[in-house]
Each structure stands twice: as structure tokens, then as C-alpha cells.
Design a protein around this ligand. Structure first.
Ligand SMILES: CC(C)(COP(=O)(O)OP(=O)(O)OC[C@H]1O[C@@H](n2cnc3c(N)ncnc32)[C@H](O)[C@@H]1OP(=O)(O)O)[C@@H](O)C(=O)NCCC(=O)NCCS
Length: 148
């Protein structure tokens, strides 16, 4: 599989996949708005045939890459898709001038925390009660991005 850009035509499929991945999934409208934004705000996807296998929505703001939403189809996990996608996203952020990347993750999301730790993200903060449904603290993770 090769990572490529999501397009506005992917909005409904992205929302459906996100609903299978994240408790606070984005709506189709939220994806449509993000997909219509100018680069370097983008959504990178892996396609498995015609279907979406994994996705990562991100943006670059004030010289920092923010990872907004990430998910891999439940049937396709532990195959390196998220790690490969994030590597591409970090490279895209670096090419867009970002010197660092950051994200928030649920304290109890062991899979995602392990993924991010393996990519060099380190904990720089904690936001108490940040998440709802279910209520949970968020860890703020950050890592530097080298020059492209
Ligand atoms: C977290 C998630 C995106 C990982 O996707 P994935 O494509 O399965 O991840 P990868 O195969 O690239 O895994 C890379 C590394 O992450 C870690 N990891 C992934 N899934 C894991 C799990 N279930 N348990 C422990 N570590 C895990 C491992 O270190 C793994 O490396 P390894 O397989 O060599 O041991 C996926 O589980 C998912 O969609 N979860 C629900 C949505 C979510 O949590 N999004 C992130 C919100 S911040």
C-alpha cells in the first residue's frame, strides 16, 4: 500500500472509518472541511483496493505540526500502517516548515502511546479531564522534526 492524499470524495468513508477507530470521531462535514483546506492542512490515507485502510489528519500552525486524528481499520492493525503514515506526515510537516510535532492522546490508549513513543514522541504535559465519553486525561506529546 502507498500513502496518498485524501480528497473531498473521501469524506464519508473517512468519517465511517473514524467512527470505528475513535470515540470522538469527526463527522463527514468535519472531514469535508478539512479536506477542502489548503496544504499543508491535509489528510493522508492508505487505500486497500478501493477502501480506506488508515488515515491521519494533520495541520501546520505557527511552525508546528499538529496531528489531529489518526486511525487504522480494525482488520488491518499491527501491520505498520500507522507508523508508516505518521512517518510521511512528519516528513510533510518538516517540508512545510514545521520544527516540531505535537498531539494529544488518551492516558489509557496503550496502543497509540506505544506507537508514538516508538516514533520519538515524549510527554510534555497532561490535560486533566480533557476527554469525554469516557472522561479521561490527555497526555500532550511532542517531538522535534529535523530539517527536510
Ligand atoms: C493506534 C493505531 C492507530 C495503531 O495503528 P496500527 O496501524 O495498528 O499501528 P502499527 O501497526 O503501525 O504499529 C506501530 C507500533 O505501534 C504500537 N502498537 C500498535 N498497536 C498496538 C497495540 N494494540 N498494543 C501495543 N502496541 C501497539 C507498537 O509499538 C507497534 O509496533 P510493533 O507492531 O512493531 O510492535 C490503531 O490501533 C487505531 O486505529 N486505534 C484506534 C484509534 C486511535 O487510538 N488513534 C490514535 C488516537 S491519539
Amino acid at each position: 500500500m502507498i500513502a496518498g492524499p485524501g480528497t473531498p470524495a473521501d469524506a464519508a468513508a473517512l468519517a465511517a472509518l473514524d467512527a470505528r477507530c475513535n470515540p470522538a470521531a469527526w463527522s463527514e462535514q468535519a472531514f469535508a472541511t478539512h479536506l477542502a483546506a489548503s496544504p499543508p492542512n491535509a489528510t493522508l490515507v492508505f487505500r486497500d483496493g478501493g477502501a480506506l485502510a488508515a488515515f491521519c489528519a494533520f495541520r501546520v500552525v505557527f511552525g508546528e505540526l499538529e496531528i489531529l486524528q489518526l486511525g487504522t481499520h480494525p482488520d488491518l492493525r499491527r501491520r505498520g500502517l500507522a507508523r508508516a503514515l505518521l512517518s510521511e506526515v512528519l516528513a510533510a510537516g518538516g517540508a512545510a516548515g514545521a520544527a516540531a510535532a505535537w498531539l494529544e492522546v488518551r492516558v489509557g490508549n496503550a496502543a497509540a502511546r506505544s506507537l508514538y513513543a516508538g516514533l520519538g514522541f515524549a510527554e510534555v504535559g497532561r490535560r486533566a479531564g480533557c476527554y469525554t465519553r469516557p472522561p479521561e486525561d490527555a497526555l500532550v506529546l511532542r517531538r522535534a522534526i529535523g530539517p527536510p
